[in-house]
Design a protein around this ligand. Sequence first.
Ligand code: MRU
Length: 355
Amino acid sequence: MNLLDSHDTIRAVVYTGETLRLLDQRRLPFEEIHLDCHSAVDVAEAIRNLVVRGAPAIGIAAAWGVVLEARNLAAAGQAVSAQTLEPVLAHLNAARPTAVNLAWALARMRGVLVRAPQDTVMALTTEAQSIQDEDLAANRRMGQLGAGLISAGSGVLTHCNTGSLATAGFGTALGVIRAGVAAGKIAQVYAGETRPWLQGARLTMWELARDRIPAKLIADSAAAHLMKSGAVQWVIVGADRVAANGDTANKIGTYQLAIAARHHGVKFMVVAPASTVDMATLDGSHIEIELRDATELLSVAGKRTVIEGAEAWNPVFDITPASLIDALVTECGVIEQPDARCMREVFSLASHAPT
Ligand code: MRU
């Protein structure tokens, strides 16, 4: 095993040939429990309830959800077609609104159905596997490209979980961190805890410990203080949707990190595959921000921390304007200071618009 492989051992979304087996991310880090999905409805529920989460991972899971449903239809002797599967595609697509990878993956599965191949189940299976394999390849490429931007001895801060748990494997921002650590470029990794669901504390810290990458957890509210200390040279985050002008939707708290980074002269890197780029959305103001249940904010680990009767507002994504982004890393290359013109040069509307 080379150094890079030993830093990449986790796979959270596995198609077994019969079921979609998901590592239940609600239970990490203390319980490693897998949940088997048997239908698209099971997969949609798993996406909605955050059993599987992270933009690329939910697209991949949804693609396998279509395969499961096609197999169920075929087993019941029913037609497997664009018409019979459309309600399933719509149901999966409605599971979460912000990450464009969901609509993107379903558009690819719909494309197979529209071509009406002879063996539709086989063709859908091949497409879902390609979506998964391409994501892993994109992550490895982005890892190289992103690590190339980092000077030796740097400290980096990341947010949420953007690793193997959130993708087909390796990760987006965490893939750059994996590659940067393996190349000896990164001296210290800091992870923000990512209130309220604690993806940073529960998932990123678990993933990094499992892959033997030393990291320090910080309270989200410690980020500006950390930047002021000079300990970090890059903030490295993923994305759930990158609009045509480079504005980026990502986990709540990303925007304030970008503002603090600019103030302190710390560079800000967004790492996302082309499947996260949505050239059909003009700018960040058109991106739907998911609002989740207030209970996520009113309790910690299921224990209520706020007075009964209190209300809460729980948007789980925010928009970082392109002007605060120093580098957008995709598998197609690095875009420095992204804007509408250079986004157009790299991504054509036709090949990246979800349907
Ligand atoms: O609500 P989540 O946990 O699905 O949000 C995930 C994020 O915001 C990630 O940063 C983003 O999806 C990039 S993951 C490679």
